[in-house]
Design a binder for this molecule. Structure first.
Ligand SMILES: Cc1cc2nc3c(=O)[nH]c(=O)nc-3n(C[C@H](O)[C@H](O)[C@H](O)COP(=O)(O)OP(=O)(O)OC[C@H]3O[C@@H](n4cnc5c(N)ncnc54)[C@H](O)[C@@H]3O)c2cc1C
Length: 587
């Protein structure tokens, strides 16, 4: 058996020079971006005004798509081993399940919701960053900033009171909801406040409820109670809704164990609480900037948007923004892509942020509705709709992060003739084509790659990390007369575009007889062809963030897309050395 070491994923290194990116804020979003830039070899500084990591009680829900991103960051396994797997989350009203999110229905490598308190997530990210050889500059605050043509100048204040003036090519504003950068750049943050607040605590809870399921319990006039498990030892994060405006300091409810116990009982929950910690009071607003980019400054995470905590979306959203931006910065920085590619960050991410805000807002409305007629509809009609099999399958993907797409992006193209599309949808009726055909602008589905028995599992998504990936489907075995043409195309794409790695997908059990110089994905049981609804000559270009950039079926359209629309630079010569992590593919 031969093996072929591919060049994917590619992580580029550049010789030492002044940092290209200034990351402001070492919350989960800033740390994620720093790890990605480090992996890509883009030079950066990351500053944080606090003296050390935050211990605040904030996010605990890490969604399935974020775990895929964490896989690329190299922290997914650690997060899963430190966290607790939640299989289901339900909304219950008067002992009826109104909505049920069963995460095992997700067609994804991590069909689960991970519960991990934010300080632990940040600790894992920080350790990973350190292991990669980068450090956060603590006690360093950005106090002023100015967008210049092609660069950003800023003033930093250090703990000893000294000022430092610094200029970088780009700034990533990961400085949270009270972003000073947003204010300094006169960017508005429009929206409003919710007329309610929450009391939160981590507690040991004895009750008859499930140990691996989270739930909202509605039905009490005083507000709802929600619980989410954080460990197998009956430890939970407890949310108590207080349906009125946050009172001034001194008039706020006590955060004592007795008060939490009393509030739960008052809302009809038979729970015995003990050993409470991480208690806090939080009120929420929903606000957003008008654009997530101004000149060379990019806003990510809470600096760009905040919203209702229901659905646990906001940290997850910020991490996926970092994932969208990092590879674009790397490709532009290394001369592999046109600088205008960076404009697609706002173009692609702003609509997603609005969608997340709307979904969280609607869920909040559904859960906190008070009018009797609407409560009746929610409790009696919604279960009939949401308990249908189709809805059961769809619900978890509405919050897992997989459904967001960039179909309208200028950098995405789907070029299939009517006939090609028709054939695909006909095939869709066969049982093996049960999943929907992927579209350009959507996430490329993951598939466990075919391996001889006893060989370690390989996943398709791992090929996408650190490079563009071109898949050319042959729908044939190694004797197909069309194969030499596919290989020639693959070779010429790689030659013209050093940021692309090309594979031919072939119905064969081994690479015997195939040209040894090129990369092949063996697909003897057609699992890849089937999952991608691929026919002879189907071509898919997948971006480093796992989104399908191009979907088509002829070489000329692909080459035109690459030349005109992809943002990639033809014939780019990169002088930087390239660090490769070999992915062993069996041939
Ligand atoms: C009670 C609660 C529950 C939540 N639950 C969830 C959940 O389950 N799931 C979810 O996804 N989200 C949840 N969220 C939201 C989540 O906590 C935030 O979305 C997340 O913290 C945003 O990360 P960030 O890195 O953008 O900002 P932050 O975490 O706010 O980090 C910003 C950092 O920038 C630093 N900084 C600010 N200004 C400067 C400056 N001028 N110079 C240098 N440094 C600066 C700050 O000190 C801070 O460390 C919850 C929030 C709360 C309050």
């Amino acid at each position: 058996m031969n093996t072929l070491s591919t060049l994917a994923p590619k992580h580029f290194k550049r010789p030492g020079s002044a940092p290209t990116v200034m990351i402001v804020g070492a919350g989960p979003v800033g740390l994620s971006l720093a790890i990605l830039l480090k992996k890509w070899g883009v030079s950066f500084r990351i500053i944080e005004r606090n003296a050390g990591p935050s211990t605040a009680t904030k996010a605990m829900a890490i969604h399935s798509r974020t775990l895929e991103i964490f896989r690329d960051l190299g922290v997914a396994e650690q997060a899963i081993s430190d966290g607790f797997t939640i299989n289901q989350f339900s909304v219950q009203s008067n002992a009826k399940r109104v909505l049920n999110y069963n995460f095992s229905y997700l067609d994804a490598p991590y069909p689960l919701l991970l519960s991990l308190p934010q300080p632990q997530t940040e600790k894992i990210l920080l350790e990973r960053l350190k292991a990669l050889g980068a450090e956060v500059e603590w006690n360093t605050e950005l106090v002023d900033i100015e967008n210049l043509p092609g660069s950003v100048s800023m003033t930093l204040k250090h703990a000893d009171g000294t000022d430092e003036h610094f200029t970088s090519r780009w700034v990533a504003a990961c400085d949270g909801a009270r972003s000073n950068i947003r204010k300094r750049l006169d960017m508005t943050f429009e929206g409003s406040s919710y007329d309610r607040f929450f009391m939160l605590a981590d507690a040991d809870i004895e009750w008859s409820g499930s140990k691996d399921e989270g739930a909202f319990f509605l039905g009490a006039q005083d507000g709802y109670v929600a619980v989410a498990p954080i460990s197998a030892q009956s430890r939970y994060r407890l949310f108590i809704e207080m349906p009125y405006n946050l009172p001034p300091e001194g008039e706020r409810p006590s955060l004592s164990l007795e008060n939490f116990q009393r509030l739960c009982e008052g809302r009809g929950q038979k729970m015995t609480l003990s050993n409470i910690s991480s208690t806090t009071i939080a009120s929420f607003q929903h606000r957003r900037v008008q654009s997530m980019q101004q000149g060379s400054v990019f806003l990510l995470g809470d600096s760009a948007h905040i919203g209702s905590p229901i659905g646990g979306q906001w940290m997850n959203l910020g991490v996926s923004e970092a994932y969208n931006l990092a590879w674009k910065m790397a490709y532009v920085d290394q001369g592999l892509a046109n600088p205008s590619l960076l404009d697609s960050y706002n173009e692609e991410r702003y609509p997603v942020a609005l969608e997340v805000e709307n979904t969280a807002h609607r869920l909040t409305g559904l859960i906190t509705v008070q009018r009797r007629a609407l409560v009746w509809l929610r409790d009696n009609v919604l279960p009939l709709l949401s308990n249908r099999k189709k809805a059961q399958r769809k619900l978890p993907s509405m919050i897992s992060g997989h459904q967001y797409h960039y179909e309208k992006s200028d950098y995405i193209q789907e070029s299939l003739t009517k006939k090609q599309r028709k054939n695909w949808s006909k095939k869709g009726k066969k049982p093996e084509f049960q999943t929907a055909p992927p579209r350009a602008g959507q996430l490329a589905p993951d598939v466990e790659l075919w391996q001889l028995q006893g060989m370690p599992t390989k996943r398709l998504i791992d090929l996408f990390h650190g490079t563009f990936t071109l898949l050319i489907f042959s729908a044939a075995d190694q004797f197909s007369p069309l194969l030499p043409g596919y290989y020639t195309l693959a070779k010429s794409v790689e030659k013209d575009y050093p940021g692309i790695k090309a594979y031919c997908v072939i119905d064969a059990l081994s690479g015997a007889g195939l040209p040894a110089w090129h990369s092949t994905l063996l697909d003897p049981d057609w699992r890849l062809h089937k999952r991608y609804h691929a026919k002879e000559g189907t071509m898919m270009l997948i971006r480093p963030d796992g989104y399908i950039a191009f979907l088509g079926a002829d070489a000329i359209t692909l080459m035109t897309y690459l030349n005109v629309r992809s943002g990639l630079l033809k014939g780019a010569r990169t002088t930087i050395s390239c660090e490769t992590e070999a992915v062993e593919l069996q041939l």
